[in-house]
Design a binder for this molecule. Structure first.
Ligand code: HEC
Ligand code: HEC
Length: 332
């Protein structure tokens, strides 16, 4: 293998220019050192058969004059070399690294696309447009909506509960959403995908974001009841008696509503509205997605009115949570 094919094989392309310059410069320097380095003496060889260890070295005079000067000249040459090469390398290196990062990114996107089509497309759609999955409770015929993923960034961007959408996607895919049809995929959780595959998939999902939020328009003019059935019933049950999300029948009371106290009503409404807007993210449990981006202010107010309409008092002070509801909870 020649040097150039070796270099090409080692990473390919013009991105390696500084490395090539470094190697060539070092080689030239090395050859020059061997030929005229400070330890060499000019003139005919005088050693004959004298064994290496007994050969005379430079005389004192030589060491103090020409030898010294040459050593110093080499020192200067070396200093000049590094003062030219190192800044040059420092200038070019970031560009080279950027190029490598870009190459890795493209590989991840491509790998993620393949993984996505294999593992996710059946529920979330081949173009990430969303879809559905059978309800985990076989007695319930209504399918469970699987959200579209091509606008997940727009939906979670301003969320207070999700700091980083990439990490969020990885986390959701790792552990799934217990109690919902969203499976866990990490090897640790009994799935078949390793972290590298999950990262690639999240990279792919982020690479095809549309930024569109058609959901926000979808419920204009709808009644609070309709909005609840379409967005909340899968998790909180059609009659709000709770499924993977807590029952909402006395949720106002849980937020300190007292029917005799006007102010406490405002407080409870604000708390419920806040839950709807920001959602709830409890790792390892079913989450509640934020609706602040996907429901209009009007729709959210309709919803809060609707929820207020069925409030009772005297219910439990803590809402039962979790993925283990009795089937009766989910039926009307
Ligand atoms: C069996 C169907 C199914 C498969 C397969 C599936 N999902 Fe899901 N996924 C769902 C459902 C249903 C939800 C919504 C659950 C809920 O209502 O909380 C969901 C939710 C999500 C969420 C949260 C979306 C949001 O807007 O909050 C992400 C991210 C996600 N899935 C990614 C993936 C990825 C990546 C894969 C492939 C590795 C995948 N899913 C495979 C059904 C599925
Ligand atoms: C994907 C499942 C899911 C969907 C869809 C969902 N929620 Fe939730 N919701 C939850 C879970 C889980 C919690 C509890 C989270 C926690 O705090 O542990 C919750 C909590 C709440 C709370 C706070 C309850 C309390 O006691 O603090 C309210 C209010 C609420 N949801 C209303 C709604 C409304 C209204 C909708 C529809 C716009 C909705 N949710 C859609 C799963 C969901």
């Amino acid at each position: 293998m020649t040097t150039t094919t070796f270099l090409a094989a080692a990473g390919g392309g013009a991105g390696n220019l500084p490395v090539i310059i470094l190697l060539v410069a070092l080689a030239v320097f090395g050859v020059a050192y061997v030929i005229v380095g400070p330890g060499r003496r000019r003139g005919p060889k005088r050693h004959g058969d004298i064994p290496l260890s007994m050969r005379p070295y430079h005389s004192d005079e030589e060491l103090e004059t020409t030898g010294l000067e040459r050593a110093m000249a080499w020192g200067v040459a070396l200093a000049v070399f590094s003062s030219i090469f190192l800044p040059l390398y420092w200038l070019i290196e970031p560009q080279r690294q950027d190029q490598r990062v870009a190459e890795h990114y493209e590989q991840d996107v491509e790998q993620g696309r393949v993984e996505y089509q294999n593992a996710c497309a059946a529920c979330h759609g081949t173009n990430l447009e969303g879809g559905s999955a059978p309800h985990p409770n076989p007695e319930i015929e209504a399918a469970w909506p699987a959200p579209r993923l091509d606008n997940i960034v727009a939906r979670y961007e301003d969320s207070e509960i999700v700091e980083d959408v990439f990490d969020f996607i990885v986390e959701q895919t790792r552990y799934g959403r217990p109690g919902t049809p969203m499976p866990a995929f990490s090897e640790a959780a009994g799935g078949s995908l390793n972290d590298q595959q999950l990262f690639a998939m999240a990279t792919y999902i982020l690479s095809v974001q549309t930024g569109e939020l058609p959901e926000a328009e979808a419920f204009v003019g709808a009644s609070g009841e309709d909005i609840f059935q379409a967005n909340c019933a899968t998790c909180h049950a059609r009659d709000a008696s709770g499924y993977v999300g807590p029952q909402l029948l006395n949720v106002f009371e849980r937020y300190d509503w007292d029917p005799d106290d006007e102010e406490s009503l405002d407080h409870a409404r604000a708390a419920v509205e806040d839950a709807i807007r920001t959602g709830r993210f409890v790792p390892g449990q079913a989450d509640m997605p934020p609706f602040g981006q996907t429901l209009s202010d009007d729709a959210i107010e309709q919803l809060v009115d609707h929820i207020e309409g069925f409030q009772v008092t005297g219910g439990p002070s803590h809402a039962q949570l979790g993925p283990d509801p009795s089937p009766a909870d989910t039926e009307e």
